[in-house]
Design a protein around this ligand. Structure first.
Ligand code: FAD
Ligand code: EPU
Length: 343
């Protein structure tokens, strides 16, 4: 095997403000980028015993202090069709591609299955990390496989759907293989004959508003973009990382108890007879929606989203999230779990 050594550029003391959508001004002691597996391999040989963080779009992280280690920004690009039949198509993408741009290129080529996941920020490589989901679809529904670089051995391993152990905002990469792999490519099984998914009520009402009876995947994508733009803050204007907490999955008895005081509590069936509640609704009912503490707070249109209006610290946001967790526990007997990765 021929081994190629790249000249690696490592910057020191880099402000990460523009590399995370919360806009938190934490410093990384070392910072670099990679755009191929070979470049990544060369970089890792320089890392030594340093703490390592792989960053995609930085849209699901909260820096609570300076990062005393090396941050590697993933910029592996390239999209290719690797297999095709009359009904399906396998599309492989470099993990550093921007997720929404990837979705748009699939929709424009009439490859279906990910249109409901339009406008989610971040990179392709992070999409399996927490099995991103929105508007009735999760990545696991279209996921074929991924290639991941094993940090300790330098081997590249392939993971298929089952071995990723996907769950609601969960995968094996957040659990037993946490910090062990760097995802370098992801392959999705997309459709040429589409099954439109309008199971999420808001999509149907948006299509009515748009006066569309027989939606194409482009229409679904447009509807999702319109819904998201109407209630989620644009990170280029207001710092945030989307939903800060997961929606809690609870026992049905607890839901019945909450219904005694709140007849219309939104609730959805979950696996194993459990029930999923809307954390945004709970936080809203507890009076936190729109609450502002100086330069940060709870978004005024979506209580599940914590926001940095200008120059707060990650510790400010973390403390706010702890106060919310304590309050929701006291009021509803539910312990909210953070969705965002705390660094
Ligand atoms: P980063 O924030 O860069 O990283 C997240 C984690 O994954 C980190 O631990 C990082 O180390 C790790 N990681 C990243 N790339 C790799 C890789 N290649 N290999 C190994 N580890 C890696 N999420 C949803 O599921 N549904 C939504 O509807 C949604 N809406 C959002 C709306 C807004 C406005 C925002 C700001 C966020 C939203 N999110 C949503 C969260 C976020 O967009 C996703 O979690 C996204 O997949 C994160 O991608 P990223 O590249 O920014 O990851
Ligand atoms: N609600 C309120 N007040 C609020 C927010 C929500 O009452 O301030 C109620 C809504 O009226 C609705 C219910 O809560 O009845 C659910 O709200 P919404 O449809 O906005 O979805 P969500 O549960 O808050 C989840 C995901 C989002 C995803 C949307 C659409 C989680 C943690 N969040 O939000 O994902 O885009 O559904 O599918 O599962 C993310 O992960 O970052 C994210 C944005």
């Amino acid at each position: 095997m021929i081994s190629i050594n790249f000249v690696v550029m490592i910057e020191r003391n880099v402000n990460l403000k523009s590399f995370n959508t919360f806009g938190i001004a934490a410093n990384a002691s070392r910072f670099s980028r990679f755009s191929s597996v070979e470049e990544l391999r060369s970089l890792l040989s320089e890392v030594g015993e340093d703490k390592l963080l792989i960053l995609g779009g930085g849209s699901n992280v909260l820096f609570t202090e300076d990062f005393d280690g090396i941050v590697l920004r993933n910029e592996i690009t390239g999209i290719e069709v690797i297999q095709e039949s009359d009904t399906e198509i396998l599309v492989k993408s470099g993990s550093g591609e921007v997720w929404h741009e990837f979705v748009m290129s699939c929709v424009d080529n009439d490859y279906g299955g990910i249109e409901n996941l339009s406008l989610i920020p971040g990179s392709v490589g992070a999409s399996p990390m927490q099995n991103i989901g929105a508007y009735g679809v999760e990545v696991k529904d279209v996921f074929e496989s991924l290639e991941a670089f094993h940090i300790k051995t330098g081997e590249v391993h392939t993971f298929y759907n089952k071995s990723c152990e996907f769950g609601y905002r969960e995968s094996v990469f957040k659990r037993k293989f946490k910090d062990q792999y760097i995802i370098t490519s992801v392959t999705y099984r997309l459709t040429k004959q589409h099954e439109i998914n309008v199971s999420y009520g808001a999509i149907e009402s948006e299509l009515v508003k748009m006066e569309i009876d027989n939606p194409t995947i482009k229409d679904i994508s447009n509807a999702v973009i319109a819904i998201r733009s109407s209630k989620l803050p644009d990170p280029s204007k207001i710092g945030n990382a989307g939903s800060f907490f997961k929606n809690p999955v609870v026992d049905p008895e607890l839901v019945e108890k909450i219904k005694e005081s709140y007849e219309n509590v939104p609730n959805y069936p979950a696996p194993d007879g459990k029930v999923k509640l809307a954390a945004g609704w709970l936080i809203d009912q507890a009076g936190w929606k729109g609450k502002t503490l100086g330069s940060y707070g709870v978004h005024k249109l979506q209580a599940l989203v914590l926001v940095n209006y200008s120059d707060c610290t990650g510790a400010n946001i973390l403390d706010l999230s702890s106060d919310i967790i304590a309050d929701i526990h006291e009021k509803f007997g539910i312990t909210l779990e953070r969705e965002v990765n705390i660094i």
